[in-house]
Design a protein around this ligand. Structure first.
Ligand SMILES: [Fe+2]
Ligand SMILES: [Fe+2]
Length: 276
């Protein structure tokens, strides 16, 4: 295999300009893979169009859900909530032959392989608390006071779990068990950053509560990550933690990428990768 493993996230194709960008994405070679790390769109119809378009072109497409995929909104004919909505999306992906967190992790056998490319879905649990607060309730009170409250509070339902953090903790436990049995280096793919540090550059630090969980803080070393791919922050960049490369690969909203000199982000090469 001579291809490249690429990654992109936060396609948000509800915006026509972003839909156009996705319509124009093409691999360099017939062996290229593409990771799509969540926030494709809010409706299953849009998600199916985007992942279908990409899976027709790339040798393999690997998807991890973002928070936007899990929104149940008034204008969407699909009214499923929580786990049922997630499972509905997994079904769509399977029909498209797109790998999901519920499927065997595809193994990259190209240069720098073999590496298991593991799409994860571990959500968040409000443990990235704002400075000066020590509980979820204190953190949420503070966020409501500043007016920076993630829309997930109103449209990302955890059913049948009692809360989003309970859903997160269940996902963390089942994912941990699975990764522990792999016995291969990994590329860990999660919509939310697996460590807290990347959230320190957020414009509104209280938004970090909706950005991850402390329970994944050592996964990049524990599960032999060659790289960690994430999005959600809409701050595309490369950083290193404990010698592991973390790639934030967001396209983001048109109002965000229009401000960047380099324009909208292109899929980023993950493997082969520099050793750091
Ligand atoms: Fe996003
Ligand atoms: Fe997101």
């Amino acid at each position: 295999m001579t291809g490249t493993l690429y990654a992109i996230s936060d396609l948000h194709i509800g915006y026509p300009e972003n839909r156009e960008i996705v319509a124009g994405l093409r691999p360099e070679t017939g062996d290229d893979w593409l990771i799509v790390a969540g926030d494709v769109a809010e409706t299953p119809a849009d998600i199916e169009w985007a992942l279908g378009t990409l899976s027709d072109r790339y040798a393999k497409v690997i998807w991890a859900p973002g928070n936007h995929e899990l929104w149940t909104t008034a204008h969407d004919p699909v009214t499923l909530r929580g786990v049922a909505r997630y499972e509905h999306l997994v079904g769509i992906c399977r029909d498209l032959k797109v790998s999901t967190p519920e499927d065997p992790y595809p193994v990259w056998n190209g240069q720098d392989g073999p590496v298991a490319v593991a799409p994860l879905f571990v959500l968040y649990d409000y443990s990235f608390l704002p400075a000066g607060t020590s509980t979820k309730d204190e953190g949420l009170d503070y966020a409501h006071g500043t007016g920076i409250v993630c829309s997930d509070e109103f449209v990302l339902h955890p059913d049948p779990h009692p809360s989003r953090e309970a859903w997160c903790h269940a996902r963390v436990e089942q994912t941990e068990r699975r990764l522990a049995g792999l016995g291969l280096p990994t590329v860990l793919v999660n919509h939310f950053p697996l460590v807290r540090e990347p959230t320190s550059v957020l414009r509104y630090p209280e938004f970090a509560m909706w950005c991850g969980t402390e329970r994944t803080a050592d996964w990049h070393t524990r599960f032999q990550a060659a790289a960690v791919v994430y999005g959600h922050l809409h701050i595309p960049r490369t950083t290193w933690y404990d010698g592991v490369r973390f790639e934030e690969v967001s396209l983001g909203y048109p109002r965000e990428w229009r401000l960047r000199d380099e324009g909208p982000a292109q899929p980023r090469a993950i493997l082969p990768g520099s050793p750091g």
